[in-house]
Write a protein that binds this ligand. Sequence first.
Ligand code: SF4
Length: 239
Amino acid sequence: MPFSKVMYSPRFKRAAVYGNGQCNFRCRGCSYNLNLPTKASGPALLTVERVKEVLAGLDVERVHFLGGEPTLNPDLAEVARFAHEELGACTKIGHSNGSVLPPEHIDAISVSIKAFDEAIHREYTGVSNAPVLANFEAMYRRGMQVDASTVFIPGLVGLEEIERIARFIASLDPEIPYHITGYVPVPGAPWRAPTREEVEEAAEVARRYLAYVTFSALTLDDILHIRERDIRYRSVRVA
Ligand code: SF4
């Protein structure tokens, strides 16, 4: 499976390598359902060799892998090895659903834990969360730098779920960073967006268990203009 694009942030010496958007979950609130121009990556036409060539021409300290579920990409292993061993870069899966263990040469991973409750997880994603929870623990024990996030969805993934997830993460290490994102409604899904106060309250619940909890309550407009408003997202396409 080739790659679709490479973005580069000179300020952070960070490249972001995008796959083809393939995912093995069917989240009812997936932000890909918003059809955002920021998510569109175009056809996956970049070969492994081309991605390596592009990365070799950049001044990179970090290489992130994004787009759908990056661990499903069989070519991830080789690009991660190249970035890690030959470029000496720190490698990170920028966003994963945690269903598949990453290959060697991945230093860090952000795992989105959709729900702790099996029935809620199945209702939202269509699949079990047993591999997600087992893999999260395995990655932590492997020594990877892990962090977690959850989308707070009033009426589905509420305060009780946030508390269960926070307790699970804290059972491994209360210093694992945890980010709570306010749900942004997607067409066809029944849930409303939470208020900023509700997301803040969820963060307070998580802080009973975890030392590093952050939250965001973005609107659709914020997401559409995130590159202008947040310097961390400012990058240029290099392939
Ligand atoms: S795991 Fe992420 S990319 Fe996959 S369907 Fe769910 S929200 Fe979308």
